[in-house]
Design a protein around this ligand. Structure first.
Ligand SMILES: [Fe+2]
Length: 221
C-alpha cells in the first residue's frame, strides 16, 4: 500500500489545508503526528515492523479533509480519503477513514452523528470498512487521535469527555470509546509499559481547563 514518505511535503499539505479552513485542528494534527512517531519508534525498538516516518506523516494528514470547512460528524474523514486517494496515497487515505472508527467495521451505523451523513456516503463508508485490512498505522493514528489536543498530549478519558460535551453524544458512543482502550491495551502489551509514560508532559494536561465549545480557538479536532 502506498504511503507518502516525505514529511516536508506532508507539512506543506497540512499548511495548505489550514489556509482553506484555519483552526486548531492543524495543531491537533501535529500533536497526533508527534505522538504517533513516538509510539512507532518504541514499537520498532521492540521489533515491530513499523516505520515511524509513515506513522508521523499519517498523523499529520489524518484530518486533512477539514480543508473543506465545517462538516457534520465524520464527513471530514471521507473528504480526506478522496483527496489522498486522488494523490495516490492509498495508505494515508485509509487512515483518514479508519481513525473515525475505533471499533473498525462493527456497528458503524451507531457512530455518533451517523444520521447526519448523506446516504451515498454512508454506503461508501460501509463498502470501504468492509474492504480495508487494518494495520499498525490505522491502530496508532486512531489511538493518537484520542491522545492529542491542539495544546499537547492528553489522556483518552479527558479527550472523549471534551468531544462529547462539544459535539453531543448518542447512547452508543461508549461502545466506540471502548475501541480506543482496546487499541491502547494491545499496544501496551507489545511495549510492556503504559503509553502515557512515553508522551512528554502528558500529565500537565490535567491542570488545563477542558475545552467545552467548538468555537474558534477552542476546537480540538
Ligand atoms: Fe483528529
Amino acid at each position: 500500500m502506498e504511503y507518502l514518505k516525505d514529511r516536508h511535503y506532508a507539512r506543506e499539505l497540512l499548511d495548505w489545508a489550514y489556509e482553506q479552513k484555519p483552526g486548531p485542528w492543524k495543531y491537533h494534527s501535529i500533536h497526533v503526528a508527534e505522538a504517533a512517531e513516538i509510539l512507532a519508534k518504541a514499537l520498532k525498538e521492540k521489533g515491530e515492523p513499523i516505520e515511524p516516518e509513515i506513522a508521523y506523516i499519517s498523523g499529520l494528514l489524518h484530518d486533512i479533509g477539514r480543508y473543506k470547512g465545517k462538516t457534520d460528524a465524520i464527513i471530514h474523514s471521507y473528504d480526506g480519503y478522496r483527496l489522498l486517494m486522488d494523490m495516490g496515497w492509498e495508505g494515508n487515505a485509509q487512515v483518514a477513514v479508519t481513525h473515525s472508527f475505533p471499533r473498525r467495521n462493527e456497528e458503524i451505523n451507531t457512530i455518533n452523528g451517523w444520521e447526519l451523513i448523506p446516504e451515498s456516503m454512508k454506503r461508501e463508508f460501509s463498502r470501504l470498512l468492509n474492504k480495508f485490512n487494518w494495520n499498525a498505522y490505522d491502530d496508532i493514528i486512531t489511538l493518537c487521535d484520542a491522545l492529542a489536543e491542539a495544546e499537547g498530549f492528553t489522556i483518552i478519558e479527558r479527550r472523549i469527555v471534551s468531544a462529547s460535551i462539544r459535539n453531543g453524544a448518542n447512547k452508543d458512543l461508549p461502545k466506540h470509546w471502548e475501541g480506543y482502550f482496546l487499541i491502547k491495551e494491545k499496544l501496551e502489551e507489545k511495549l510492556s509499559e503504559s503509553i502515557y509514560r512515553l508522551l512528554p508532559d502528558i500529565e500537565k494536561s490535567i491542570y488545563k481547563p477542558l475545552s467545552l465549545r467548538n468555537t474558534p480557538g477552542k476546537t480540538l479536532k
